[in-house]
Design a protein. Structure first.
Length: 368
């Protein structure tokens, strides 16, 4: 209140009030109903809803709150973004399934929701029901477990999977994203796909960015599993792991601009060397290439084989070497000549520009 008694907060445009409340958890947003008469029902019409169990004593209180806020919300109000965060492990996924059911059974939400984030350590049964949400463009899933057939989200553009567990059954050829035709970004981080998969297919004709980090097909790394890419529009590829799966493709990835490959460890395994060089050939169109020093060490162990290989990158302009965190703080790093010749095709057009400072993890090699 101003000194004159004027309620300036309540005079704000409703769009601005909604914007402010979108940064609050729903539990805090509901409490604004005591501010004034105008605020009594504002929380019922929020276009962004954040449900976080951190604000509750236990999961039962959170479940009760979720049930009531969804039932009391104005069903005619559009909901564009819904974020659900459960820090405590849930006994079951009933609360998550009920939220999904509310989304798919409420017309004003079903036809307008664009962003859905679910972080919950539980088994989810009803995720496939989201396939009817034609407006859903961004889906982020963390810590969930579920049995899956291929994901069916035709309008989805951004799909983020973190620390999830999926049961894929007995299929040896598995195409998880075949019904996500509009997918442009796909992040898979620390996820497990349990089953008998020998060929994991990523079919995404519009995919621009693919990031894979510490994922497993089955409980442990299976070197026999092949990741097949059907991603003709791919521009950015990032892979970070202690192991390297075999990648393959039947089409040219001619739009690739940037490739980032970081191996936490290295070994003298020739299969690892072959998988690396095959991946380089698949990403041959890259202009910017980021490689960890572990990869350089793997390549240097097979200098004889490298001498028989042609340079894999036809358009490369910059290569950056990412130092391992355990490496010396010195900014200098000696790349063996056999590796240099392999990466740059014996070109004299490249100069090394070291990034100074002990905090830097990169060495940049550019065209002169």
């Amino acid at each position: 209140m101003a000194k004159s008694g004027e309620d300036r907060l309540s005079t704000l445009p409703i769009e601005l009030i909604h914007r402010i409340l979108s940064f609050l958890d729903a539990a805090a947003a509901v409490k604004t109903c005591i501010l004034s008469k105008r605020w009594r029902s504002i929380w019922k019409c929020l276009p962004v809803l954040n449900l976080d169990d951190n604000y509750f004593q236990d999961t039962y209180a959170f479940d009760y709150f979720v049930d009531h806020i969804l039932s009391l919300r104005d069903d005619s109000a559009n909901l564009y973004e819904l974020n659900v965060v459960c820090h405590e492990e849930l006994e079951d996924g009933d609360v998550i399934d009920s939220i999904i059911d509310h989304v798919t059974q409420t017309p004003s939400i079903l036809s307008h929701i664009q962003v859905l984030t679910i972080q919950a350590e539980c088994v989810v049964q009803n995720l496939h029901n989201l396939s009817i949400c034609q407006s859903l463009t961004t889906l982020e899933l963390s810590e969930i477990a579920m049995e899956i057939t291929p994901f069916n989200f035709p309008s989805l553009k951004c799909f983020y999977l973190f620390d999830c567990r999926f049961e894929s059954g007995s299929e040896t050829f598995f195409n998880a994203f075949e019904d996500c035709a509009n997918l442009e970004q796909l992040f898979i981080d620390d996820c497990f796909f349990y089953g008998e998969i020998q060929n994991f297919q990523i079919v995404a004709p519009k995919l621009i960015e693919l990031r894979i980090s510490h994922w497993r097909v089955d409980e442990v790394f299976d070197s026999d599993c092949v990741i097949e890419l059907f991603t003709p529009k791919l521009q950015l590829f990032r892979y970070h792991d202690s192991y390297m799966y075999e990648f393959s493709t039947e089409e040219s990835l001619s739009f690739v601009e940037e490739v980032y490959i970081d191996m936490d460890e290295f070994s003298e395994d020739k299969d690892l060397f072959l998988r690396l060089t095959e991946l380089f050939e698949i990403m041959e169109s890259a202009k910017s290439v980021f490689l960890s020093t572990s990869i350089i060490q793997v390549l240097s162990m097979f200098s004889k084989e490298l001498a028989e290989e042609s340079s894999p990158f036809s358009r490369v302009e910059t290569i950056k070497l990412i130092k391992d965190s355990s490496s010396s703080s010195s900014s200098s790093y000696a790349v063996p000549s056999t590796v240099m010749n392999y990466l740059f095709g014996k070109s004299t057009e490249f100069d090394i520009y070291e990034w100074k400072g002990t905090k830097s993890r990169s060495i940049q090699i550019c065209k002169g």
